[in-house]
Design a binder for this molecule. Sequence first.
Ligand code: HEC
Length: 232
Amino acid sequence: MINRIIFPLLFFLILAVSGCQNQNSNDQATTKSENQAEINRKNDERLEGDHVQNVSELPVLTPEQKQQYINRSKEIAQTAFKIFSGHLERLFKQKKPEEALEYCHANALKITDSLAKAKGVNIKRTSYRLRNPENKPTAQEEKVMEIFRKQILKNLKPKPYMHYDEHGYPHVYIPIMVQQKCLMCHGDPNKDIPEVINQKLSELYPSDKAIFFKEGDLRGIWSIRFPKNNKK
Ligand code: HEC
């Protein structure tokens, strides 16, 4: 008799509780994406505030036009990444990691420069912890990286950002994240980086700051500047 009452009651209770939890997690998901949207909006506003004084003379872009700039920049960054990693993988397959490093040293800037010429844009890879001092960030790029890093600290995914820069150029910034495969040249020198690479690094980059990165960190940004009269 008692069983006939208690069991169905328990069953209902369990259903009710699990229903609540689902509801809760849905609520959380919505709040989270609202948070993300709100934070992105605030970041955009903050960056907008850094504009040139004569920003009102620049054409106002629709979100679609901004997205076109971002999409073109993503394509350019992916092409550059493919060129780099194609060469690196070939050298790794031949078991010559130190040659891969020398390859980067000799060619990284040449590759981005020639790609930039072909695409009619300016391409730069920069970081808040540099290996090559020639990749030094501008004040604006530093600000963008600071914002991306804050987003990562809050477990938010940084997204590419487009605006008119302080000289009035359409400018896109794309986050570069650290992946597992980057660690052998950018990770912990005591455990991730092989000795031959450690040696080569100190030889080629005596003031190297681009180590001790972890997977998921912001490594830096692609900073892509378009001509002022860009016709797409
Ligand atoms: C074989 C070693 C090697 C690997 C693997 C490697 N890098 Fe690098 N990285 C370098 C070298 C060398 C430079 C400096 C290039 C130069 O002289 O311009 C560099 C520079 C950079 C820069 C430019 C900023 C700076 O500090 O000068 C970024 C950004 C970067 N690497 C990101 C990555 C990411 C992301 C990965 C993984 C997907 C990666 N790297 C994997 C060797 C490597």
